[in-house]
Design a protein around this ligand. Structure first.
Ligand code: GLA
Ligand code: GLA
Length: 579
């Protein structure tokens, strides 16, 4: 279905009938509403007003429109934060994140969680069995506006409990964190705090466990609301994930939702359809089933440095692309732009007058609604490993700041898509048996279940530099040498480091398969590879010794020991893929 993110609270109640008939007449059947409605629902503590939602539900029921009802926990009202200021977050410098925008609450505030349970209970009691209710949306974009990580005293305590449950003894924690370094050893869990801003680099395992804890906090905060809703409503439950967002582990968070929803915005000023496709494939792969675009960018947004103009026709392409890549619903953000408020420059389907006659975007949507739009994504034979903890490890401590995990995985995704391959993402708990070929770019920590499957995997395997250097504790492997140890491709990495552009000589033995020029250009990362089993396909040609590209004799396994520009990467992958 096509739909809109609708804010009836922005307009006089009399406007609702007009709006709903405009939606109905233009093929819009699904309405997401309510995620920022708390100050309307409860203008004063214990004073409730559900008249707006009551009217909306009964009108939608009569018109056959469906509603996704948001829980309003992303915008606690002023009276609440004034009464309980300790519910607010603190940043890494200990400064309070105040009321005045949104997302001003700590996920671990026991006080706030009880207020949230109360308002969600009232909504679930009132609308949980309404025929017009299509689904629930929990909160809105956990982590948006730099709110993933909170450093308040409540989080300190919650973090201590989390760590005690994980490690049981403080000596186990000291071992895992390597706190002997720089005399950071703890004698009890209550000495531990969230990793605030420090003078020098933080302990990398402390930070990794804090990132895990932050995902756990979003999980349990949502679980509170899900438990309340499940007791009073059969409607499915989702939460809207974000584009290219890796501060929260969506592989963990996906488990508690019935379907994945996702806000599809162009994160860069230069429009690139492959960014949407990467994220569509990722969202589809999380549950291997159709997802909902909960917010489809309608044109100009308001949060970029330069908020690009997009012509109405752009909507046609992006909407069809979403269905092609597995969306079952596309909901446009937003129905109508509001002249006031922080997002007054954000476009909508209508223009500022709210007059559909003057809004070409809504007529594009009407056309689209007449088409046979349905999810077309199928399971793919090519698996691309994506792991949020890997993204964190690369970010927390790094050899070169120029290697961004998501950007580098995206490059491999683009190269494979340009070679004509459909991609499915796999994760730390996936079964690889469905794949003919797998790629694990920059997998600095390869989870044990994946390593086991790789060793027995019959298909093609592509790996890159910075693979398998670390374990789950964010420690560099010291129990064994660095490098790969497959029966048909084995080598040790003697040393590694950042490197500027250096020549690599392509020396693929079978001349016929020469998709590449003789001299290539390696950059960012150098590894001193001591090859034991396999063949050299690329040799460093500058001052550094050793092979830069190695593969098994049968080319089934291929490893690049440095980073290559997109064209070269594509040529290497084409070589790897040739049967
Ligand atoms: C400084 C410090 C050392 C160590 C090195 C690392 O010199 O004194 O403790 O951190 O840097 O290069
Ligand atoms: C996010 C939020 C919306 C709105 C849009 C603006 O997706 O979910 O509330 O702020 O961005 O593009």
């Amino acid at each position: 279905m096509l739909g809109v993110d609708y804010y009836p609270e922005h307009w006089p109640l009399e406007r609702m009938d007009t709006d709903l008939s405009i939606m109905k007449n233009n093929g819009l059947e699904l309405i997401r509403v309510g995620e920022f409605l708390w100050s309307k629902l409860e203008p004063k503590e214990d004073v409730y007003d559900f008249s707006l939602l009551d009217t909306l539900f009964s009108r939608c029921d009569a018109l056959g429109l469906k509603i996704i009802l948001g829980t309003p926990s992303a915008t606690p009202p002023a009276w609440l934060t004034r009464k309980h200021p300790d519910m607010l977050q603190k940043d890494a410098l200990g400064h309070e994140r105040p009321f005045g925008s949104r997302r001003h609450y700590c996920l671990n505030s026991v006080t706030y969680r009880s207020y949230v349970r109360d308002i969600v209970q009232r909504l679930a009691n009132r609308y949980g069995r309404a025929t017009a209710l299509y689904a629930w949306q929990i909160d809105n974009e956990f982590g948006c506006e730099d709110t993933t990580y909170c450093y308040c005293e409540k989080c300190d305590q919650a973090f201590q409990h989390y760590l005690e449950r994980k490690y049981q003894t403080v000596s186990a924690l000291n071992q895992s964190w390597g706190t002997v370094f720089w005399s950071q050893e703890y004698s009890s869990f209550c000495e531990i705090r969230t990793p605030r801003k420090t003078n020098a680099r933080l302990n990398p395992t402390h930070v990794l466990d804090f990132y895990r804890f932050s995902t756990h906090s979003a999980d349990t905060f949502a679980q509170d609301q899900i438990d309340v809703i499940r007791a009073s409503s059969e409607a499915p439950i989702t939460h809207n994930f974000m584009v290219g967002f890796t501060e929260l582990d969506y592989v963990t968070l996906r488990k508690q939702y019935d379907f994945i929803s996702y806000d599809n915005y162009q994160p860069t000023e230069q429009y690139d359809p492959l960014i949407s496709e990467f994220n569509f494939d990722l969202m589809w792969s999380l549950k291997e089933k159709p997802f909902t675009v909960m917010e489809q960018q309608p044109g100009r947004v308001n949060w970029q440095q330069r908020n690009q103009y997009y012509p109405p026709e752009w909507l046609r392409a992006t909407t069809k692309q979403a269905f092609a890549f597995g969306a079952e619903n596309v909901v446009y953000f937003r129905y109508r732009p509001l002249y006031s408020g922080a997002e007054q420059y954000h476009s909508g389907l209508l223009d500022y007058t709210g007059n559909p006659e003057k809004s070409p975007r809504i007529s594009v949507v009407k056309d689209l609604a007449a088409e046979d739009l349905k999810p077309r994504k199928k399971p793919a034979k090519t698996g691309l490993f994506f792991d949020y903890e890997n993204a964190w490890m690369h970010q927390i401590n790094t050899v070169t700041k120029d290697l961004n995990y998501v950007e580098k995985v995206f490059e491999v995704y683009v190269a494979m898509r340009n070679l004509g391959y459909d991609i499915q993402f796999f994760f730390r708990d996936s079964d690889l048996s469905q794949y003919e070929r797998v790629l694990l770019p920059y997998a600095i920590c390869i989870p044990e279940p994946i390593r086991r499957q790789l060793n027995a995997f019959p298909g093609k395997v592509f790996l890159t530099c910075a693979s398998d250097l670390k374990n789950e504790k964010n420690h560099i492997h010291s129990d064994r040498s660095l490098g790969l140890n497959f029966p048909s491709l084995a080598f040790e990495i003697r040393d590694f480091g950042a490197v500027s552009k250096q020549p690599v000589r392509w020396i693929a033995p079978d001349g016929a398969l020469q998709p590449l020029p003789e001299l290539l250009e390696g950059s960012l990362w150098y590894e001193e590879i001591d090859l034991r089993t396999g063949r050299v396909l690329g040799q460093w040609a500058g001052p550094y010794p050793g092979p830069a590209i190695v593969s098994s004799e049968d080319r089934r396994l291929l490893y690049t020991g440095t980073c290559f520009p997109p064209e070269t990467l594509r040529g290497i992958l084409r070589y790897w893929l040739q049967d």
